[in-house]
Write a protein that binds this ligand. Structure first.
Ligand code: MN
Length: 251
């Protein structure tokens, strides 16, 4: 049985690769998790596309998003890591975060049109999806969220919710654990695809009621569907030859 940190590094590499293989995250975007035993740290890969991440690519950061140990020469951190650090600081109940620019969300990110839970899996978007516009506080930027102030503003806008739209940019997703986070990252995306498809076909969306969404949310997060989904995604990675190799996680 590996120690908790070795296991967490491996699981996080798997999570990054799942989100890539399922078509949510491309060259950019990232998935992090809180350190399994030190709550004031989080784990995040070096600047590398999620599909390629090995357990040995994953480093520890404090909540100011500084590496706990200096990164080896030539190893660069993600520019947008403050998103993760500031959400972990603001939300003790969040233990995993993803940030991505998946195209199914972009019509909503650009326009601010509200996302609706349109099928049972779509309940994972949560009761409210905040909409954050970098221009409101920061004017003209590169759109990337790179300063502590930008990260804090994002985390504040997320509030108690689990998914937020970043205007003209992408989304931040939160979960209580890594499986829930991957589940929400994937099914919130499928829900956005469904909503776009319906609108493109001129169909009127019929969202879940608040009561339905709550019940579906709870049901989706039960251990059995969570384990079933994780097994499915891992098997798909293995079949594709993309499951990470254990080891190389000595730090
Ligand atoms: Mn981004």
């Amino acid at each position: 049985m590996p120690d908790p940190l070795t296991q967490a590094r491996f699981d996080l590499a798997v999570a990054n690769r799942i989100c890539a293989l399922e078509g949510i995250i491309d060259a950019f975007g990232h998935v992090s998790m809180r350190h399994p035993t030190k709550k004031d740290r989080y784990l995040l890969a070096r600047s590398r596309s999620p599909e390629l991440i090995e357990p040995g690519d994953i480093y520890e950061y404090n909540l100011d998003s500084e590496p706990v140990k200096p990164l080896p020469k030539g190893i660069m951190p993600y520019g947008e890591r403050v998103i993760h650090g500031e959400i972990y600081r603001a939300r003790p109940d969040v233990n995993a975060v993803s940030h991505h620019h998946g195209m199914a969300f972009l019509p909503f990110c650009n326009s601010g049109a509200p996302l609706l839970p349109l099928y049972h899996m779509g309940a994972q978007i949560g009761e409210k999806v905040p909409f954050w516009d970098s221009r409101d506080e920061f004017g003209d930027t590169s759109l990337l969220i790179v300063t502590p102030e930008e990260g804090r503003s994002c985390a504040k806008a997320l509030g108690p919710h689990w998914l937020m739209l970043l205007r003209r940019h992408g989304v931040n997703v939160a979960g209580r654990n890594l499986t829930e986070l991957v589940f929400r990252t994937i099914y919130s995306y499928r829900n956005a695809e469904l909503q776009s498809a319906m609108q493109a076909q001129g169909l009127t969306p019929s969202p879940l009621t608040k009561g339905e969404a709550k019940k579906a949310w709870d049901r989706n997060l039960e251990p059995r569907p969570q384990a079933r989904a994780w097994e499915y995604w891992c098997t798909r990675l293995k079949k594709a030859g993309e499951y990470p190799k254990a080891g190389k996680a000595k730090r």
